[in-house]
Design a protein. Structure first.
Length: 227
């Protein structure tokens, strides 16, 4: 490690630089190396290469605590270069390479995981949209079927109302003739057994009565004409 230490003799304590220590310059140098070994010993090599400012500050503080008793003030410490031995440097390169590979693997794994999450989320949203579309289609189909049923029911109801109106407008003679037409159709059936409802007798009587009235009116007209 290449480093530089700046120090000065304090004026009010200059005598200590002579009385407290035999050779203060050599003492400062020895103290610097001893302090540096202590600081570096508690620091990993990787941190030592990247945290020069922290090491520099620790050196200055620790040395100043000792040199102050000698009347010497450590004003600044500069670390110019940290050059580890070749074996250590090779080990550090391997460590750096392994760390880079590890970081790349983590990044790739995280990317794959995020991609899978995004793909799953996309499939989920697609399924939701598809289900919502099918639900809306079913609702529209049901509403259409309901409207069609309502329209058919309205048409059937309107047809019944028209039939009822026509039936109400028909007179008794028309209803009787329609009744006889129905019986005629039944008579063409191969069945040999007929059952007439009781209403048939009254309807037949009414029809004969209407026929008699018409005939009587004709005779009266002829008699009146002859007279």
């Amino acid at each position: 490690m290449d480093f530089v230490i700046y120090y000065r003799i304090m004026e009010n304590m200059a005598d200590r630089a002579v009385l407290e220590v035999q050779n203060f310059e050599l003492a400062v140098i020895n103290l610097a190396f001893a302090t540096l070994r202590a600081v570096i010993g508690s620091t990993t090599l990787a941190d030592a290469l990247t945290e020069r400012e922290r090491i520099r500050d620790q050196l200055q503080v620790r040395m100043d605590e000792v040199t102050e008793r000698w009347g010497v003030k450590v004003s600044q410490v500069e670390i110019n270069e940290i050059d580890p031995p070749p074996g250590v440097k090779a080990a550090m390169e391997r460590e750096k390479s392994a760390e880079a590979i590890k970081t790349a693997d983590i990044t790739e794994s995280e990317g794959a995981r995020q991609s899978a999450i995004n793909r799953a989320e996309g499939e989920k949203q697609s399924a939701i949209l598809k289900a919502e579309g099918e639900r809306q289609a079913d609702i529209l189909q049901a509403e259409g079927d309901q409207q069609a049923a309502v329209l058919r029911a309205m048409g059937f109801s309107e047809a019944l109302e028209r039939i009822n109106a026509v039936a109400n407008q028909a007179d008794g003679r028309t209803m009787s003739l329609q009744y006889f037409d129905t019986l005629k159709s039944l008579g063409e059936s191969p069945s040999t057994k007929w059952i007439f409802p009781m209403e048939f007798t009254s309807m037949l009587g009414n029809f004969m009565s209407m026929g008699g009235n018409s005939s009587g009116n004709g005779n009266d007209d002829r008699q009146n004409g002859a007279g």
